[in-house]
Design a protein around this ligand. Structure first.
Ligand code: FPP
Length: 274
């Protein structure tokens, strides 16, 4: 019992040291959840399928794009608390290769919101020592989007804290196609026996980064939707009914606490040590 209390005190001290108190109000549900998070067992990489913006809007009799606009506030909140918690990598699925099939006005609004986010958030990303990266077939995006993205990535490139990866015009299958093309371009005379998992990993968009430990999907759908197909091989999956625009700090803390309750086996068995 004493050990338990000591650990919790240590955790509280740890979080206040990281200035989470400025973000999380004393006595709030967030503070209560935070006090239970074990700083030693955080997921290194969290990936998020941000879903439910359209439903959030239609529940309020608003146009779908209002849901995407409200979703930006969740992005801002989740990015900031993740960085302050000490998460190494946060990957957000912002626009899939399939999303081009949506009405043109919705696609245009999503691109405008992204540009707005990039223009407005760089200062806050820098304050939180966050480096922005993107992944996907970025070259197919409009030049105005690419310019904003390049500028924001460039302006945050020397930050040494959390890496925030925005997946744009992304799909897991397209990533694998791009990786295999890249492998063949780099090694034109490759023998089949030289193809290894390590080689393929070196040609993914995520090369050099840890695989996601925790994959969060909002709005209750039990699907992967072509996201990080290779990298989520051993990710813990957390699906919540909460719609993305309602997904805030307390929901992320709930997801992390759920993750910390899981026993990760990576295909092995747990050997009883007693
Ligand atoms: C899915 O909701 C959400 C998207 C396709 C886009 C997510 C984009 C944002 C939150 C804003 C921009 C992001 C960044 C990183 C600045 P949906 O429209 O499929 O919802 P529905 O399933 O309820 O229709």
């Amino acid at each position: 019992m004493l050990a338990f209390i000591t650990v919790r005190h240590t955790a509280n001290g740890f979080w206040s040291m990281l200035n989470l108190k400025g973000l999380v109000r004393d006595g709030s549900r967030e503070a209560h959840l935070l006090s239970q998070v074990d700083p030693q067992r955080l997921p290194r990489h969290i990936a998020v399928i941000m879903d439910g913006n359209g439903r959030w809007a239609s529940q309020r009799h608003l146009p779908r794009v209002s849901g995407h606009r409200a979703g930006i506030d969740s992005v801002r909140e989740i990015v900031e608390i993740s960085a302050r918690l000490g998460i190494e990598v946060l990957t957000l699925y912002a626009f899939s290769t399939e999303n081009w099939k949506r009405p043109r006005t919705e696609v245009n609004t999503l691109m405008s919101l992204l540009k707005e986010y990039l223009q407005r958030e760089v200062a806050r990303l820098n304050e939180n020592n966050i480096a922005l990266l993107s992944m996907g077939r970025i070259e197919e995006l409009a030049s105005s989007v690419r310019q904003e993205l390049d500028a924001a990535c460039h302006r945050t490139a020397s930050n040494t804290g959390m890496k925030l990866i925005i997946a744009l015009n992304y799909s897991g299958r397209a990533e694998l196609v791009d990786a295999f093309r890249d492998v063949l371009q780099s090694h034109p005379n490759l023998q089949p026996s030289s193809i290894t998992e390590q080689l393929i990993e070196q040609h993914l968009y995520t090369r050099g980064l840890p695989d996601p430990d925790l994959l969060i999907r909002t709005s209750g759908e039990m699907r992967i939707s072509n996201f990080l197909l290779w990298q989520i091989a051993y990710a813990e999956i957390y699906v919540t009914e909460t719609l993305w625009p309602d997904f805030r700090r307390e929901h992320l803390l709930e997801a992390i606490l759920d993750f910390q309750k899981r026993e990760r086996r990576f295909g092995a068995i747990i050997v009883n040590q007693t």
